[in-house]
Ligand binder design. Sequence first.
Ligand code: FE2
Ligand code: FE2
Length: 203
Amino acid sequence: MARAGTYPVHSALATAAEGVLPDPLDHFAEEHLRQREICGMLDTIAAAARPDRAVTIEALRHLTTALPRHLHDEEQGLFPSLRHRSEPDDEINDTLDRLDADHARTAQFLDAVIAALGRIAGSGGALTAEEAETVTGFAAHERRHLIVENAIVLPLARVRLTAGDLDALRQAMVLRRAPDTNTDSTGDRDANWDGEGDGDGDG
Ligand SMILES: [Fe+2]
Ligand SMILES: [Fe+2]
């Protein structure tokens, strides 16, 4: 029999904790791999006469949930922490400024990309030429961004962030992933792309 009181009531938080790797920098690296994969899917969707609907929905789900969460993890956790710990000789602030500007551009792109993918997920057709250009432009933008984060930001963070910084960073990431304790006021782009659902036939 289950022992009453063995586990705290915040099981959603425990589940979220299992979803974040012990080293949050490893977690960022894993999410970057996933983002590269999504970029490949976006290029495939843009080039297809009849894009695979399941792939389109998979990309939509990423763009409406995981990606906004990742941006918040960096903007509210990783980047400020690295600014705080970096040495003047690291000359990281200009790079982080550029990456923050990239995120703003990502957010600008995202509405159009989500709208385009949402349209074909509903209709089953192909992207228009203009939509395809937006989607491939977004993928190219994301790839450039990933190169800088992987080559400069994560290696420096591994050198500069303390064990306490990493704990705090990870805790915030866990909270951001716990549905019952989501303190992220900016939220995800809640399009509910759960495969079958509201998006169907929504034009
Ligand atoms: Fe990133
Ligand atoms: Fe980023």
